[in-house]
Write a protein that binds this ligand. Structure first.
Ligand code: URA
Length: 435
């Protein structure tokens, strides 16, 4: 087999078989196929696409290119949740303990963020002492003992995806449905869960800008998951404004605790209840979604999810007192009010732009090496659809570096638009995709 022939085949619209996909993916991962040939192949795929079978084959080969997690030592049906990423998305921090409190074993691998704010791992590390690396044996023991454990994703998981993604990132070949879906699903399959619930974000702060694009991505991932023998369900949710009130690492932990205590922002709480209900349904712990919703509402109301979060933080070395009194999480020199420049109804708070403003404050990483300021970010006081008067506070800005305040505030204000007439909110849940 020659890579040259495979590139030509795909360039001319041909279909690659399993052996050919394995040859190119493993050859590239092992350094036998050079970057320039793989880049040409990615561009050919970008233009010619891949069919369902090719997409599944690509996913499986990437999933099996490194370590795969064996979760068979954990009792019960394991369910993983994955979000395609958005601004203020602290759902994993909330849903993990909710699911564990409802009886689903949560054995989660998460990544760090390279973007507006940190990833789940970074957010948890804003709690003093919290550690996210442990031996597999301890990971499994912790899930069996308290129902939940979370570790950082290792470089050994789906290494082929890591290498291919880095190449796609610099060759303008990221945004192809088959390539995105196989990239995400290869990591999920390697992480070992039996059931996967995907939160596919849609809107100006997400990868997928329109409901149609999000639906196509969701359908592709659901087909891959089910094709690989894992029950997979995708919920498509709105990401036209930041999720909840907080954007920033410690600020998002603080907001997660509010939801777990039953005092959370309504849409964020609703999303967690919905995703949790599908997790219960997917694992067979309930037979109807309504039943799952009731269970998830109950674990918030009776504080068992909050108690689970405290046990989880304690088990991973975190300072539980900071969770009990979240003001202790924030080490910030400046808290500034961001005031409305005009009166009216808020018609839009562009999620991506608010994310960029948070990044400017140090809440996210510009490069892999950047250090995070865990306490930096924004807390929204108003959301889309709310009425506001000129001079009223839209948000609080948290910073440790004085010189960052003004540019970040300006960027934030550019993200907000106003209308004289009342504004309807986007529906939170757009579609649910399952087979
Ligand atoms: N996230 C991933 O993990 N892979 C992609 O290709 C896009 C988003």
């Amino acid at each position: 087999m020659r890579m040259y022939d495979l590139i030509m085949k795909k360039r001319n619209g041909g279909v690659l078989n399993h052996k050919e996909i394995q040859y190119m993916v493993m050859g590239f991962t092992e350094g036998k196929i050079p970057d320039y040939q793989m880049a040409a192949m990615m561009m050919a795929i970008y233009f010619q696409g891949m069919n369902e079978q090719e997409t599944l084959d690509l996913t499986m080969v990437m999933a099996e290119s490194g370590e795969t997690l064996d979760l068979s030592g954990i009792h019960g049906v394991k369910c993983d949740k994955h979000s395609t990423g958005g601004v203020g998305d602290k759902v994993s921090l909330i849903l993990g303990p909710m699911a564990a409190a409802a009886g689903i074993p949560v054995a989660k691998m998460s990544g760090r963020g390279l973007g507006h704010t940190g990833g789940t791992i970074d957010k948890l590390e804003s709690i003093t002492g919290f550690h996210t690396s442990m031996e597999q044996e301890d990971f499994i023991r912790q899930v069996n003992e308290i129902g939940i454990a979370l570790v950082g994703q290792t470089a050994h998981l789906a290494p082929a995806d890591k290498k291919i993604y880095a190449l796609r990132d610099v060759t303008a070949t990221v945004d192809n449905m088959s390539l995105i879906a196989s990239s995400i699903m290869s990591k999920k399959l390697a992480a070992g869960a039996d059931t996967i619930v995907l939160d596919v974000k849609c809107g100006n702060g997400a990868f997928m800008k329109t409901p149609e694009e999000a639906k196509t991505l969701a359908e592709t991932m659901v087909k891959i998951g089910n094709g690989a023998g894992r029950k997979t369900i995708a919920v498509i949710s709105d990401m036209n404004e930041p999720l909840g009130y907080a954007i920033g690492n410690a600020l998002e932990v603080e907001e997660a605790v509010e939801v777990l205590k039953g005092q959370g922002e309504p849409r964020l709480t609703e999303l967690c209840i919905t995703l949790g209900a599908y997790m219960l349904y997917g694992t067979g712990l309930c037979r109807k979604i309504e039943e799952g919703r009731e269970k998830m509402t109950e674990v918030l109301k009776n504080r068992s999810a909050y108690q689970k979060f405290l046990s989880f933080v304690a088990a991973q070395g975190g300072d539980v007192d900071e969770v009990k009194d979240t003001k202790r999480l924030l080490h910030v020199k400046y808290i500034e009010e961001v005031k409305a420049p005009e009166s009216g109804y808020i018609s839009c708070i562009q999620a991506e732009e608010v994310g960029m403003a948070s990044l400017m404050l140090g809440a996210g990483r510009e490069t892999k090496e950047s250090a995070l300021d865990y306490s930096a970010g924004f807390r929204l006081m108003k959301k889309t659809g709310d009425k506001i008067s000129k001079g009223e506070t839209i948000a609080l800005l948290y910073a440790n570096a004085e010189e960052k305040i003004l540019p970040a505030k300006q960027r934030f204000l550019e993200a907000v638009s106003f209308s004289e007439k009342p504004v309807a909110k986007e529906p939170l849940i757009k579609y649910v995709i399952q087979e």
